[in-house]
Ligand binder design. Structure first.
Ligand code: ZN
Length: 382
């Protein structure tokens, strides 16, 4: 079997983690759902796979009970959290993470203390690069009642400039799909200003009436990414319902955005491989020179669907445009689990392609290195 174990991993899309965000029961960590208790998390394939991964790490017997595994995990996490993070990241071979600190969509955003806790847990363990999320910047950081449209635009621009000077920034990210869908369309300054005045409330609104303003800000974010040499990440595909309406999340809906002049000048990553629209994301990445994709989220939350989804991308998208990412956040375990699982799954899938005569062994090994590490390093310039 192709051995990819020595390749350091760049997690090209994740979120900060810290003990204070481990609010719900542990099985919740392997579901995309934000509503603890609504789904039967204990019976998810992803969760069961993570339990098996833990038995390997802790040297527990194969028949160790679920309770034993979780108790062992929680004991280590609470005894010395930074040491626990170090143990997991070394085990998975993760050397860098690109981290969107703008979550969650609804509920309380991360506090300064929580971000400091994340920084101290990862110090000396892995390199962290920030992703600036447009919607969080507008809603939580900049918006105040009475602020005019012109003022929020000025603030947005100077916030990104200043943040970039003071931090290691890899990209600007939008999760506009959650707010108003991926059916982006060009909006004039006047229309955006009118919509901002009438409908923008500085928070997620279920009726999606602030779409012109949201779309306008995505355009501005894309332009700023190009100007500052940053990558532009777009959340595509599934996310936690009900905020995320899967009917609005097909990356194909980005047609008008991808054909703007700004898009032609900027590297764009369709995050999460558009799951379950993997072929669409892969096809767009294959046909627009500046468009890339990563398989984050599928590898953490969707059990072995990660493999079927990855095959679509591998078959259609050039191999130098595909990146690994976990979409882990809150719990440190998700990125650890995703990296270990995907490294093995990728080796197995590439083996099959070699057996069928599609690739030489040497080329398969090259793909492994590109997807786990080299592509993210090159695309994000880190
Ligand atoms: Zn994410």
């Amino acid at each position: 079997m192709l051995d990819l174990s020595g390749i350091p991993i760049i997690d090209a899309h994740g979120h900060p983690f810290m003990p204070t965000r481990e609010k719900k029961e542990y099985s919740y960590a392997y579901s995309m759902c934000v509503h603890g208790g609504l789904a039967d998390f204990r019976y998810l394939t992803s969760y069961r796979m993570a339990l098996q991964e833990y038995k390997r790490l802790f040297g527990l017997p194969a028949d160790a009970s679920e309770e034993t595994v979780i108790a062992c995990r929680n004991e280590r996490a609470s005894a010395d959290y930074p040491a626990f993070v170090g143990e997991l990241y070394r085990d998975a071979g993760i050397v860098s993470i690109l981290s969107d600190f703008g979550y969650p969509i609804t509920g309380e955003g991360l506090t300064g203390e929580e971000l400091a806790s994340f920084a101290s847990a990862t110090a000396g363990v892995c390199e962290v690069y920030d992703l600036i999320r447009i919607e969080t910047t507008c809603d939580r950081i900049l918006y105040r009642p009475g602020l005019s449209f012109g003022e929020i635009l000025d603030k947005f621009e100077s916030y990104i400039e200043t943040y970039k000077k003071e931090h290691r920034v890899a990209g600007i990210k939008t999760v506009v799909g959650y707010y108003t869908g991926l059916g982006w369309r060009p909006v004039s300054y006047q229309e955006a200003e009118r919509n901002y005045g009438s409908f923008y409330q500085g928070k997620y609104r279920p009726d999606r009436a602030d779409k012109p303003f949201r779309d306008y800000m995505v355009g501005r974010g894309l332009e700023l990414a190009g100007r500052h040499g940053l990558v532009f990440q777009i959340h595509t595909g599934a996310g936690d319902p009900p905020a995320c309406d899967l009917r609005l999340m097909n990356p194909n809906s980005l047609y008008e955005l991808l054909n703007t002049e700004e898009a032609g000048r900027t590297k764009i990553v369709l995050v999460h491989a558009g799951f379950p629209y993997g072929y669409e994301a892969a096809f767009l990445a294959a046909n627009y020179p500046g468009v890339y994709t990563d398989i984050s989220s599928t590898v953490s939350y969707l059990g072995r669907a990660a493999e079927s989804e990855f095959r679509k991308v591998l078959d259609v998208c050039p191999h130098n445009k595909i990146m690994f990412g976990s979409d882990g956040g809150g719990f440190v375990d998700q990125s650890w689990f995703a990296a270990n699982y995907f490294r093995r799954a990728l080796g197995g899938i590439l083996d099959e392609y070699v057996e069928k005569g599609c690739f030489t062994e040497a080329y398969a090994a090259e793909i492994g290195k590109m997807i786990l590490h080299d592509n993210a390093k090159r695309v994000y310039g880190i």
